[in-house]
Design a protein around this ligand. Structure first.
Ligand code: HEC
Length: 107
């Protein structure tokens, strides 16, 4: 590789790395925390919402769930979340849905 080429490629590489992290507003790990902090409060076996884990629904079912503007019986739950939190939550549920590649139960 010539020196000039390297001088051009290095900044491009650094730029793409920094763009990569800056664009990662939605994050599965954050989504898991959002789930635990905002959904687990009611969704446990003995809670009023009943047990709920990401793997109880398929990706399509979770997608449909988020298309509804209101959580059943509990309007306002989604409104409390920021856009980034919602994106991360959706990502977490999607990654761990029943038909996802690496299904994981949540606690
Ligand atoms: C304040 C308590 C409460 C919180 C917080 C809560 N839920 Fe619920 N959730 C309920 C109750 C109660 C029901 C049952 C409503 C009904 O069937 O009428 C329910 C139902 C559901 C259902 C439907 C269950 C099914 O089998 O189809 C889903 C999905 C769900 N909640 C997801 C969530 C998610 C995701 C969050 C976090 C963003 C969340 N809930 C936060 C109380 C809660």
């Amino acid at each position: 590789m010539t020196r000039t080429l390297r001088l051009v490629l290095l900044p491009l590489l650094l730029l793409s790395l920094s763009l990569g992290t800056a664009g990662a507003a939605a994050n599965v790990k954050v989504g898991k925390e959002v789930f635990q902090n905002n959904c687990r409060t009611c969704h446990t076996a003995s809670g009023e919402g009943g047990a709920l884990s990401p793997a109880e629904k398929t990706r399509a079912q979770w997608r449909r769930f988020f298309k509804k503007t209101e959580h059943p019986g509990q309007p306002g739950i989604f409104q409390q979340l920021s856009e980034d939190e919602k994106k991360s939550l959706r990502l977490f549920l999607d990654h761990n849905a029943a038909d996802a590649d690496h299904a994981e139960t949540c606690g």
